[in-house]
Design a binder for this molecule. Structure first.
Ligand code: NIG
Ligand code: FE
Length: 413
């Protein structure tokens, strides 16, 4: 029986379904076609036989990709787009020799953004987030995780997550809000980290849960921010009330954050610039996705994360931007894919898998996003090239021709 379709994209030179075994799982089909019905992929196969398998009705849109490359849209599984103001002043200070951690210790960094975010109107926060999501879309990103964490009080954190939800309904992309009240200790709790964790556990997390505005929580486990023990306590309490877990782990120092993530059953452990060899093995044997953010290493001039080692150990590795106003003001997944290839030892195929289906796994969306096989959401990018290796090869200037979300064209050049 033929499948019903409302969109058929033919003459795809190279279709990366991400549903394959071999060659890192990109599932490459040449001279392919892709059929969509009601926002989902219903058939993929050879362009020459599409009519044998798909019912093309009068109102079915039939398009030619003209031999171009088609991939799933990128899944950016780690971003911080809810902030009141950018921090190019700190960027310039770093360029002149100051260190990221010194700036943070002197009241800059996250706390600087907290001041600006608390003072910002909802309209401004919404406008900023929408602007950056539109830039992400033009770079081929169709699913975006969005962390709060520049409010650090109940009112502002709720406001930010509500805005993330609202923006998610208004932009073409799928937005996954994450509660990151444990991003830093706010001024009013200065030096009282444990009390702040108690405040989150007792007063904030239950409200966020009750309102159903975030599925994940995240915590910054780092020297000078939250300790291993505080992270364990926070994650356990969050898990008990039904949150899924993420953790900023081993970014600047090896504080054992990756092990905390594995033991707590976290969906992902993110950053991992300083992960130990022992914990590489541990994460590789677990179900926790290792999310690497090489843009942050570039932006802060830190060593790149050990991508090759994690891949060789058999870890499930995702790539994301970490888009935020301080440590990585970068909204481009194609640039992240290039950095993974050029600086972290990924093959082109591995980097594209990590930026799509593995990113989806880091959001527990691996059955819905990041692949172009039947049943998955028809979120895809048509690239202005006929060889998929061009995507990371063209550094800093993505060749995006068009972006589709749920089978609808939402961006084109
Ligand atoms: O993921 N590491 C912690 N948080 C952000 C940085 C936030 C900031 O500097 O504003 C990150 O890199
Ligand atoms: Fe981050």
């Amino acid at each position: 029986m033929k499948v019903r379709t409302d969109l058929v994209l033919k003459d795809i030179g190279e279709l990366l379904t991400m549903g394959g075994s071999g060659a890192a799982g990109i599932g490459l089909l040449k001279d392919a076609a892709l059929a969509v019905s009601e926002g989902r992929v219903v058939w993929v196969g050879s362009s020459s036989v599409v009519e044998d398998h798909c019912e093309v009705l009068n109102d079915t849109k039939v398009l030619s990709a003209g031999g171009k490359v088609v991939t799933p849209g990128f899944v950016d599984s780690h971003t911080h787009p809810l902030f009141g103001a950018t921090r190019q002043d700190e960027f310039a200070m770093r360029a002149a020799g100051a260190d990221y951690e010194e700036i943070a210790a002197a009241g800059g960094g996250i706390l600087n953004s907290v001041k600006k975010t608390r003072a910002a109107s909802n309209a401004l926060l919404e406008e900023n987030m929408k602007h950056h999501l539109s830039v992400m879309l033009s770079n081929g990103t169709t699913t975006v995780e969005a962390k709060s964490g520049y409010g650090l009080d109940l009112t502002t954190e709720l406001r930010c997550l509500e805005i993330a939800g609202k923006v998610g309904e208004e932009v073409p992309q799928t937005v996954v809000p994450t509660f990151m009240g444990a991003h830093e200790v706010p001024e009013e709790f200065k030096g009282r980290h444990d009390e702040y964790i108690d405040y989150l556990i007792d007063h904030v997390n239950p409200r966020i849960k009750e309102q159903g505005i975030a599925e994940f929580v995240d915590i910054f486990c780092e020297k000078g921010v939250f300790t291993r023990d505080q992270a364990i306590r926070y994650l356990e309490a969050s898990s008990r009330i039904g949150f899924l877990l993420k953790i900023h782990a081993d970014e600047f120092y090896d504080t054992g954050g990756a092990a905390v993530a594995v033991n707590a059953g976290a969906v992902s452990a993110d950053h991992l610039l300083s992960i130990s060899d022992k914990n590489i093995e541990l994460i590789a044997e677990s179900n926790t996705v290792a999310t690497l953010l090489p843009g942050t290493a570039l932006f802060l001039n830190k060593p790149f994360p050990p991508g090759r080692k994690l891949l060789d150990a058999g870890a499930s590795v995702a790539l994301a931007t970490d888009f935020n106003p301080g440590s990585c003001f970068c909204d481009s997944m194609p640039l992240i894919v290039s950095l993974a290839v050029c600086q972290c030892g990924f093959t082109v195929e591995e980097a594209l898998v990590s930026a799509t289906i593995k990113g989806a796994a880091a959001l527990r969306l691996e059955k819905q996003k990041g692949s172009l096989t039947p049943g998955f959401d028809a979120d895809f990018v048509i690239w202005n090239c006929n060889d998929f290796r061009t995507i990371p090869y063209h550094l800093g200037n993505p060749d995006v021709a068009a972006v589709y979300c749920a089978g609808l064209k939402v961006y084109s050049t």
